[in-house]
Design a protein around this ligand. Structure first.
Ligand SMILES: CSC[C@H]1O[C@H](OP(=O)(O)O)[C@H](O)[C@@H]1O
Ligand code: HPA
Length: 258
């Protein structure tokens, strides 16, 4: 039996997965609009890659069509989604380049379409459970992949999802800190909750690319050049963890087949 494709969804700085072989592009039409994906094989396993801001990063976080993206992945038969979100660190013990395997989120977004269940579908009104937002089995795979590479990855972290596209004020970051947030981003929600609604297993790696506003030494403005510099030196670490995870899956698949 062919394994369902593994979905990889990434954003800023992650516009391609160079390791993919036998590549093909597809625009998947969904009830919520089109989604652009790249199909390929990674260590022989089928993978669907989706860059959430679109090729060339044309969509700001509040205008990403999260519903089309997640619906497309489900329609393509994916069951597992590995997401990458770059973030600003709220926890002062975190530094640019650090990786976290998220285990919870705070939704501080304001104006996004949040749900597939708007009451008009056959299911009517649905309230999904998100007491375990990030799938424990996928989290374990990510953490084991990082450990196998000797790549530090914090086990757990609370992602505060802000509306964007502006960065936060220092007061907003202090508020999120009081509520237990470790990192700030703009795209993790509603991606994670839509994945739940679609019945997909979802886990996310967060790569810290800057101290969030007001965190750390002083009150330096956040610049894209500092973020790009961190991405240039740390992007490969994230890809290496995903590569190790897929390689491990491929090894198990071969053993099962043999
Ligand atoms: C370039 S900083 C703001 C930008 O970075 C984060 O991207 P993503 O979550 O797609 O990795 C943040 O959410 C914003 O989209
Ligand atoms: O500081 C930040 N805030 C929100 N989203 C982000 N994405 C990267 N850095 C940040």
């Amino acid at each position: 039996m062919t394994a369902p494709p593994l979905a990889v969804v990434a954003g800023t700085g992650f516009y391609d997965l160079e390791a993919l072989q036998d590549r093909s592009e597809q625009t998947v039409e969904t009830r919520w609009g089109p989604a652009r994906v790249t199909h390929g094989r990674w260590h022989g396993l089928p993978v669907v890659f989706l860059t959430r801001h679109g090729p060339g990063h044309t969509l700001p976080p509040h205008l990403v069509n999260y519903r089309a993206n997640i619906r497309a992945l489900a329609d393509l038969g994916c069951t597992d989604v590995l997401a990458v979100n770059v973030t600003g660190s709220i926890d002062p013990d975190l530094a640019p380049g650090d990786l976290l395997c998220l285990d919870d989120f705070l939704d501080l977004t304001r104006q996004r379409p949040l749900t597939f269940f708007d009451g008009s579908g056959p299911q009517g009104v649905v309230h999904v459970d998100v007491s375990t937002p990030y799938h424990p089995e996928l989290r374990r795979e990510l953490l084991e992949a990082a450990a196998a590479l000797g790549q530090p990855m914090r086990d757990g972290g609370v992602y505060a999802a802000f509306e964007g596209p502006r960065f936060e004020t220092a007061a907003e970051i202090r508020l999120a800190r009081l509520a237990g947030a470790d990192v700030a981003g703009m795209t993790g929600v509603p991606e994670v909750t839509l994945a739940h609604e679609a019945g997909l297993r979802y886990a996310a790696v967060s790569l810290v690319v800057n101290p969030a506003t007001g965190v750390g030494e002083g009150t330096e403005p956040i610049t894209m050049s500092e973020i790009e510099a961190v991405l240039t030196r740390s992007r490969e670490a994230v890809v290496a963890v995903l590569d190790e995870l897929v390689h491990t899956r491929a090894t198990f698949a071969e053993e099962d087949a043999g």
